[in-house]
Design a protein. Structure first.
Length: 345
């Protein structure tokens, strides 16, 4: 029997993250239990467990969400408990009222759920007295504080490595796509090979999205992180690189699409096609060079030169009338690639 994908992640959380969550939960349980020895510190343990997130910034967001949810839920439970008692139907009413309050306040789903859960737990496990409610709020704040402190002090996570990996893979595949198109242009192609070119170049878009998402996660992980000064310049350089490569991804896909749509066997007879192919190879070289300079290449490739190869726009003679649309499209995209690599666009 296969376990549904809905309950499984694509990859395991780091073992360090598991250890930090466990440490925060145990610490919150012990400290809150010492402060309030007559009650099991359930609220503190839950708060600490939820607050330990992949980044310090996310921990603060989760802490705010948890704190507001608990305070609102406890106040709802106390109010209904004082008015109506603690019968089982009051617990159900508290859940409904909490959900309506969250809807009216337009809270996030996490905060809304927390309001309802807190109201239910206060009425089901404790009492509706103001003293009990105050103790549960303080207990939650203890758990929140311990979760933030543990996450900030024990090797705060900085998600630079995934951004470097995904950006390096994007640069490598972008250069390979330029080379593949350069190899295809001067020679006749079969329909199967044309389809293969399109399938391969379409991989660039999800790879670009993955690189941008990893970079955004890396930048977010530096927010309020004590180690941010060590990695800020590195992520800034990667951001500049992805901003340079993203338009080139679009132009490379567009060039391959234009070649696919307007291909005929006589295209390879055009003299300018060989010149365009050479410029594409130079563009591929310069993409690899940019990736190596930014130090994100997963496996550095040997380059023939550390000097950019695409140094000047291509000047050509007018093509034959049946190919001028395709040639013009390729030249315009090549001009944009040239400008992007030189930082002119």
């Amino acid at each position: 029997m296969r376990i549904p994908a809905a309950i499984r992640a694509s990859q395991r959380s780091p073992l360090l993250q598991v250890g930090k969550s466990a440490a925060a939960t145990i610490g919150a349980w012990l400290i809150a239990g010492w402060v309030f020895p007559t009650q099991l510190p359930v609220f503190a343990a839950i708060a600490a467990l939820l607050v330990v997130q992949p980044s310090v910034n996310q921990s603060l967001s989760k802490a705010l969400e948890r704190s507001i949810g608990v305070i609102a839920g406890v106040l709802i439970a106390v109010g209904l408990g004082l008015l109506l008692g603690s019968s089982s139907w009051v617990v159900l009413l508290a859940i409904v009222v909490a959900m309506l309050v969250a809807w009216l306040a337009r809270t996030s789903p996490g905060t809304g759920n927390q309001i309802a859960i807190s109201a239910m737990l206060v009425l089901a496990l404790g009492s509706s007295s103001p003293e009990y409610a105050f103790a549960r709020i303080v207990e939650t704040l203890i758990g929140v504080a311990i979760g933030i402190v543990v996450n900030a002090l024990i090797v705060p996570p900085v998600l630079v490595a995934p951004a470097r990996r995904d950006l390096g893979m994007l640069g490598k595949e972008l250069a390979a796509s330029l080379d593949r198109l350069a190899d295809a242009l001067p020679s006749p192609q079969t329909p199967a090979r044309l389809q293969e070119l399109m399938l391969e170049v379409r991989l660039l878009r999800p790879m670009k999205d993955a690189a941008e998402a990893s970079l955004a996660a890396g930048e977010e992980s530096l927010t309020l992180n004590p180690r941010r000064s060590t990695h800020r310049a590195e992520l800034r350089e990667m951001r500049m690189l992805v901003d340079r490569l993203s338009p080139i991804v679009t132009q490379t896909i567009g060039m391959t699409r234009a070649y696919f749509d307007h291909y005929d066997d006589s295209l390879s007879d055009e003299p300018v096609v060989t010149a365009i192919a050479e410029q594409l190879r130079r563009a591929g070289h310069d993409v690899r060079l940019a990736v190596q300079i930014a130090d994100v290449a997963p496996e550095p490739e040997a380059l023939t030169s550390a000097i950019p190869a695409l140094t000047a726009p291509l000047v050509v003679r007018p093509p034959s009338s049946q190919h001028w649309i395709l040639i013009g499209s390729l030249l315009e995209d090549l001009r944009r690639i040239h400008g992007g690599l030189l930082g002119e666009d």
